[in-house]
Design a protein around this ligand. Structure first.
Ligand SMILES: Cc1ncc(COP(=O)(O)O)c(C=O)c1O
Length: 328
């Protein structure tokens, strides 16, 4: 049972266990982040299948909802290196769901090449486009074909799985963090830092930390400029997630989140989504020496942000950093 169901008995939302919890937390005692109190929550180990990380947590809520809706195909979009699309294809397949992926070009490096190979083996139906405009133009035909085959519409999931069902995963994870604080495994963080690619992780955390009664503030390191991911967008997604919980029977009171409740910074993004910046590339290489396996698009940028401003008033310590990358 999910922590959310413990906390809100009567919550009518399906949940399927796809990984072991709680994911471990530990103090980062290394030259990676000198003189700043940083704790690591290792989301990379989450996921029982051939991929892990934060996207798998979202599928714990999305897959049962797809079943409830009688859906046969998940239709989602992303860059050609999408972690989300890969996780949806692999875990969806295990639960009898097909995945249709509309993918858009992004800067290609070794990591993206490896992802493309993994995607090729994932069983997903993949369609590639040069840019988002071309994908949009092709979408009606993709949906029509799938609908005829399945005799029902596919369920469209936004990039990164960041609808309110996906965001529930990090409401649940925030409750998990609160339990770890209560158990004395780490101090109450002043800041929780995560990369923001589509917003569901940050929005879910913001809502969940509030529900858990922690004062921890979410600091999102925005790594995607292909759609808006500012504080109003994240607060809106958090509030839509709270609305979903209420509609499904949670007795959830309290004020809505407002943009001032979260920090979203684009300083480490570089030129564009997927740009491997020098700071991110350096962070990935340094982390590798500590046996921490990051990548330059998300987690490298989050670590670069902590190295630059961790411990300052903009990102007060103790910091809890989520390693969201789950290679296998
Ligand atoms: C490794 C990794 N970290 C962080 C994120 C960001 O999570 P979200 O899409 O929920 O903002 C993603 C996906 O976008 C990811 O693949």
């Amino acid at each position: 049972m999910a922590l959310l169901h413990d906390r809100f008995p009567g919550l009518d939302l399906g949940h399927v266990r796809l990984g072991a919890t709680p994911t471990p937390v530990r103090r980062l005692e290394s030259s990676l982040v000198p003189e700043v109190e940083v704790w690591l929550k290792d989301e990379s180990v989450f996921g029982d299948g051939p991929w892990g990380g934060n996207k798998v947590r979202k599928l714990e809520w999305i897959i049962p909802e797809a079943r409830r809706r009688g859906v046969r195909t998940l239709f989602t979009v992303g860059g050609i290196g999408t972690h989300w699309g890969l996780a949806a294809a692999l875990y969806g397949r295990e639960h009898g769901l097909r995945t249709l992926l509309g993918l858009v070009d992004q800067p290609v490096d070794d990591h993206v090449r490896e992802q493309l190979e993994r995607l090729g083996r994932s069983g997903a139906e993949i369609h590639r486009y040069r840019d988002a405009r071309r994908l949009k133009l092709a979408t009606p035909a993709l949906v029509a074909r799938t609908t005829i085959r399945d005799r029902r519409l596919p369920w469209y999931l936004p990039a990164g799985g960041s609808n309110p069902f996906g965001a529930l995963a990090y409401v649940d994870t925030a409750l998990e963090i609160a339990g770890q604080v209560e158990a004395g495994q780490l101090p109450e963080p002043a800041t929780v830092v995560t990369a923001v690619g589509s917003g569901g992780t940050a929005a879910g955390l913001a809502l969940g930390l509030r529900l858990a009664g922690l004062r921890t503030r979410v600091h999102g390191v925005v790594v995607n400029d292909t759609f808006p991911l500012d504080a109003p967008v994240i607060a809106r997604l958090a509030n839509r997630t709270a609305d979903l919980m209420r509609q499904r029977g949670a007795d959830l009171t309290g004020e809505p989140l407002v943009p001032a409740n979260v920090t979203m910074r684009t300083d480490w993004l570089g030129e564009t989504y997927g740009d491997p910046t020098p700071a991110s590339t350096r962070a990935v290489a340094d982390a590798e020496r500590d046996a921490l396996h990051l990548e330059p698009v998300y987690t490298g940028k989050a670590l670069a942000a902590i190295r630059d401003v961790g411990g300052t008033p903009g990102m007060p310590e103790p910091i809890l950093w989520l390693n969201t990358h789950g290679p296998r």
